[in-house]
Design a protein around this ligand. Structure first.
Ligand code: ADP
Length: 506
């Protein structure tokens, strides 16, 4: 503080003088810059010491410089137009503009100016200005305006929610998708914008997790007021104040409608390919099956002819005369029916249903089913099931498809060698890693070349003349969908082994 001269001490006795002194002192101490300017060309008549901190000039340096020389060129005109007629007449005028520092860079200043007039002539005597650095605020404003623009133009649905789970703001995408363009959504309950199940997920998982860790991410279904549904991937954020209390939530929802539609379409294609592949497998087995059906049919004809002959010999017949051929033909007809049913089951198009399955039973049935094909190729399929194995999880038709593919491939591979004696295909089910069983199909073919090994599971890879090359690709994806794996390896003894794993049912 400056020492007062005796004169100063005297004037301090008057209220006015004391007030002026205090004001001057405050101006000296203030971090805001206080300056006085000439009315015409805005020369600095005075600047408080804050000028050094703010602009880099010393007080002595700035006095005598015109403020116009330091305005940003883009702001000068604007400033000139407003000054002094527009605002100074009203006494106070606040505005924000760029001002050049001593080192040449610009900062934003927010200044409030007041004109001091001569009480007698009412002419403007000088202008008193209080300025502060507004760079921080302007930058923050700019950043939040930029963010707001991004928020409005993003395709994702952005929703702000209050702590009572009412909506406070929706961005344009959200207003459009939720058909709220003409609706007043302030204080609108968030619960109206999600399905009942989605709301339960948010309340039980989402909000508690966001409150604890700051954010939560999950899939759920939103809905508009007409109950049209929108599947979304949702990011939920809890926003806290400086004191740490949660102030509001934001929800950013990415519309998954198209992705889901594409996934559904893919699933449908996959189902159609699976079905087509089963039809092809059945086609491959058809001639053997026709042969197999032919046998019971001829047997039945023989039994019936036998009955016919007995009628021709005797005019009256007792039940005991015909019981045997009749029961035999019934049994044979039932067996033929079973073959037809299995064919129909296998080729029917149906939704997969995962159930508990007894793997040895299923494999046994598939071996019976393709027995005639194996016989035709002079191959015998050997399976010694361990009856104490647990059940596995899977869809019956899909697993039949996998097992049949591997056995038919093994039979064909074994038959392709020019051996004289019957080749053997071994099928085994053994415990694998914990919680899984492994099925192995081993053949006595030529094995798989190194080149073929790398593309064996590619779609449409086939070395067979009439092969479709889909069997292994489909089998692998079916097994993987059930949480297992399917792989191939060559045996030291020649031939190949295909193995796959399946999860044991709980
Ligand atoms: P496809 O039987 O229609 O050719 P797959 O996908 O079932 O289609 O099999 C693809 C190819 O893998 C076969 O063409 C064959 O070259 C090879 N392959 C499959 N199983 C065996 C096997 N047990 N031994 C040798 N090669 C095999």
């Amino acid at each position: 503080m400056k020492n007062r001269t005796p004169e100063e001490g005297l004037t301090a006795l008057t209220d006015d003088a004391e007030r002026n002194r205090l004001l001057a002192e405050m101006a000296e101490q203030s971090t805001d810059m206080i300056s006085r300017h000439t009315p015409e060309d805005w020369l600095f008549i005075y600047a408080s010491p804050a000028v050094t901190h703010l602009l880099g000039y010393t007080v002595e340096e700035i006095v005598g410089i015109s403020a116009y020389d330091l305005y940003h060129p883009d702001d000068v005109e604007d400033f000139r137009l407003r000054a002094p007629t527009v605002s100074y007449d009203r006494g106070l005028y606040t505005h924000t503009y760029r001002f050049r520092c001593k080192d040449g860079h610009y900062i934003w200043l927010e200044s409030t100016s007041r004109t001091i007039r001569d009480p007698e002539t009412n002419d403007i005597r000088e202008i008193l200005v209080v300025s502060r650095d507004a760079t921080h605020r302007i930058m923050a404003d700019k950043a939040s305006r930029r963010l707001a623009r991004v928020l409005e133009s993003t395709q994702d649905l952005v929703i702000f929610a209050n702590l009572d789970f009412t909506v406070s703001h929706l961005n344009e995408a959200a207003r459009k998708a939720l058909e709220m363009e003409c609706t007043d959504y302030s204080s609108f309950p968030l619960s109206w914008l999600v399905t009942e199940k989605g709301l339960a997920t948010l309340m039980d998982e989402g909000f508690p997790a966001a409150e604890e860790t700051g954010s939560w991410r999950g899939e759920l279904t939103m809905q508009n007021l007409n109950a049209s549904r929108i599947p979304v991937m949702l990011e939920l954020l809890a926003h806290r104040s400086l004191h740490g209390d949660i102030e509001y939530f934001s929800l950013v929802a990415h519309d998954l409608t198209e992705k889901k539609a594409a996934e559904d379409q893919l699933k449908q294609y996959q189902a159609e390919i699976d079905h087509a592949s089963r039809l092809v497998t059945m086609g491959e087995l058809a001639s053997s099956l026709a042969h197999e059906l032919n046998q019971p049919l001829s047997a039945m004809v023989n039994y019936l002819r036998g009955i016919e002959r007995r009628f021709a010999d005797k005019s009256t017949l007792s039940w005991s005369d015909v019981e045997l051929p009749i029961t035999r033909s019934i049994r044979t007809a039932l067996r033929a029916g079973e073959i037809i049913h299995r064919m129909m089951d296998f080729t029917r198009k149906q939704e997969p249903v995962v159930t508990r399955l007894n793997l040895p039973d299923l494999i046994g049935e598939m071996i019976n089913f393709c027995e005639s094909t194996a016989e035709r190729h002079n191959v015998s399929v050997v399976f010694e099931p361990d009856l104490n194995l647990p059940e596995v999880k899977g869809d019956r038709v899909q697993l039949e498809q996998v097992v049949l593919n591997l056995i038919v491939n093994a039979v064909e591979a074994s038959a392709s060698t020019d051996r004289e004696d019957a080749a053997i295909v071994h099928v085994r089910v053994v415990p694998h890693e914990s919680g899984q069983l492994r099925v192995e199909v081993e053949d006595q073919g030529r094995g798989i070349s190194e080149v073929d090994m790398s593309r064996l599971f590619d779609r449409f890879f086939s070395t067979k003349e009439t092969g479709l090359g889909m069997g292994l690709a489909i089998s692998r994806s079916l097994v993987e969908n059930l949480g297992g794996e399917l792989w191939a390896e060559n045996l030291h003894t020649g031939g190949a082994r295909f193995s796959f794993t399946l999860n044991i049912a709980d």
